[in-house]
Ligand binder design. Structure first.
Ligand SMILES: *Cc1c(COP(=O)(O)O)cnc(C)c1O
Length: 299
């Protein structure tokens, strides 16, 4: 039985509340759980199945100290009755991050790995001493991979999404976007907003997860990263507060705020044809806002 309380996704219309020139709605994966990021949960489902089917008892993955993927891996393992190990990039800070505390609360064993070892994905010796290496199922950094993309296909089954002409989502590794492309009809335009600066290998990495007839059949926008991964400025913070005031929908500064900002700016500029119906994927990640200075956000 589930030991984690799950909420319900829904689709909220937002266009009447904002200066959108088109119809726009938000698919609220953030309502699934306050800490376990919506898209990460979908991405993990097939990795979990593979781990269980191959008799592994421990999930292991890699991430930074603020990684939504790490918390979601911890929660998914706990729910499936598996152990979990998180290999965290860099030195242990003097304060544990909220993210790592949440992961520990789901029973995750946390190990820190210096940048060189992390880059080569070498496991800290303590991991091999304290856990049975043969029982470990490893999930790549950020959950990138075909099982992850297949898991993300289910995102478009969380409501009647067939009526939308455009589907937009924030992109890190691109695994979620690949799932959305796979699950969309060929009449739907899928657009990804990259939250990394100049991640030019992204198109190839997404194509890798697509059947041939869907390759290159999507758009990636690289102009809305606000300086790079987890960077922000006052304009983004102001936008997050305005967006919340007009829609009641909270966003996170790493991913979904950049998506909503891009969508509303593009819409105001007439980027989408007038009859378009946009579906913006709220991929969760709200726990990341805990790292912002207090008082910046009104939610
Ligand atoms: C990780 C994450 C993404 C990006 O997902 P990818 O599949 O890596 O592209 C988007 N939104 C949120 C909230 C995330 O945590």
């Amino acid at each position: 039985m589930s030991s984690i309380d799950w909420g319900q996704c829904r689709i909220d219309p937002v266009s009447s509340l904002l200066k959108f020139h088109t119809t726009a709605s938000v698919l609220r994966l953030d309502l699934l759980h306050p800490v376990i990021s919506g898209n990460k949960w979908f991405k993990l489902q097939n990795y979990l199945k593979e781990a269980l089917a191959s008799g592994k008892t421990t999930l292991l993955s890699f991430g930074g100290a603020f990684s939504n993927h790490i918390v979601a891996t911890a929660a998914a393992a706990k729910q499936a009755g598996l152990k979990s190990i998180g290999i965290i990039r860099g030195e242990q800070g003097s304060f544990p991050s909220h993210t790592l505390e949440a992961a520990r609360s789901y029973g995750m064993f946390i190990y820190f790995s210096d940048r060189a070892d992390y880059r080569s994905k070498k496991l800290p010796p303590a991991v091999l001493k304290e856990h049975d290496p043969l029982a470990i199922y490893t999930i790549g950094e950020g959950g990138y991979g075909l099982p992850g993309a297949h898991g993300a296909e289910a995102i478009l089954q969380q409501g009647d999404t067939s009526i939308y002409t455009h589907i937009l989502a924030a992109v890190g590794t691109g695994t979620t976007l690949a799932g959305l492309i796979r699950a969309s009809s060929s009449a739907q335009a899928v657009t990804g907003i990259s939250v990394l600066k100049n991640n030019r290998s992204l198109t190839a990495e997404i194509n890798e997860l697509l059947p041939e007839n869907r390759q290159d059949g999507f758009a990636l926008l690289h102009d809305f990263h606000f300086g790079g991964y987890a960077r922000y400025n006052e304009e983004l913070i102001r936008f997050m507060n305005q967006w919340y005031e007009s829609t009641g929908i909270p966003s996170d500064f790493v991913y979904t705020a950049k998506l909503f900002y891009a969508a509303s700016h593009l819409s105001a500029q007439g980027y989408f044809p007038p009859q378009s119906k946009l579906l913006l994927i709220h991929s969760g990640g709200l726990q990341g806002n805990l790292t912002l200075p207090k008082g910046k956000l009104i939610f």
